[in-house]
Ligand binder design. Structure first.
Ligand code: ZN
Length: 237
């Protein structure tokens, strides 16, 4: 079940009931001030702009946009297009976050006071929050592993030059490397909250890479089958 939230530039935005409950709680039951009120609003706004960028780029490329769905993992439901279109749609989201981050970085008051090494303090100032969230959101989403936007961009980029099955397989390989890299980070940062986060990301990336690898094997079989059929058709009975 999805709750229709608003319409932005012709794109419908839907809200997951669980997220809605959290938002209602934050808006009505926590006082604005030193609470999660402002950070939650800034996070929601940044996520919305990220997803809107995917949706707007998709529409520019003539693709159908089903809407934006604000779930635990938010996503824009967009028709799959040609690899060139997918590449641009995937990169549009993180690009907007990085542009926003660059805008905040250009403000000397933000740049000179931002507590780079103490993320716990980022929420003490709305400008720090906006800069930090957009910087992290833009950078993390560019990791070249599915389901991150960077993984989608990598796959689409490979598909402009290679058969889909081969592109899937290579994307899966890069995703597995990234997942293994996360576990190197776990060993490095153990024991800390960062280690737990890295472990979750590692499992997530490796599981998605394996699914992609299976899709690649299936696609390659179809490609071989089609090639055989073409050859037989050419040779005749
Ligand atoms: Zn995205």
């Amino acid at each position: 079940m999805w709750i229709p939230l608003l319409r932005l530039g012709g794109v419908r935005v839907y809200l997951d009931p669980l997220i809605a409950v959290v938002l209602v709680y934050l808006v009505f039951f926590t006082a604005p001030g030193r609470t999660l009120f402002a950070p939650a609003g800034i996070l929601l706004g940044s996520v919305l702009l990220h997803e809107l960028a995917h949706a707007w780029m998709a529409r520019r490329r003539g693709l159908v946009v089903g809407g934006i769905f604000l779930h635990l993992v938010p996503f824009a439901y967009v028709e799959r297009g040609k690899p060139e279109d997918e590449l641009r749609v995937a990169l549009a989201g993180p690009a907007v976050n990085l542009l926003l981050a660059a805008g905040f970085f250009a403000v000397p008051a933000v740049r000179e006071t931002f507590p780079w090494t103490a993320p716990g303090l980022w929420f003490d100032d709305p400008l720090w929050t906006a800069f930090g969230i957009n910087l992290v959101m833009g950078t993390l989403n560019l990791i070249p592993a599915l389901p991150a936007d960077g993984g989608r961009a990598l796959r689409a980029g490979l598909m402009t030059r290679l058969a889909p099955g081969t592109a899937y397989a290579r994307t899966a390989r890069v995703g597995t490397f990234v997942g293994v890299g996360c576990f190197v980070l776990v060993a490095w940062t153990w024991p800390s909250d960062d280690a737990i986060l890295a472990a979750i990301l590692g499992v997530f990336f490796i599981m998605t890479a394996w699914r992609e690898a299976r899709a690649g094997i299936a696609e390659r079989q179809r490609e071989r089958q089609r090639a055989r059929e073409r050859k037989e058709a050419k040779e005749g009975p």
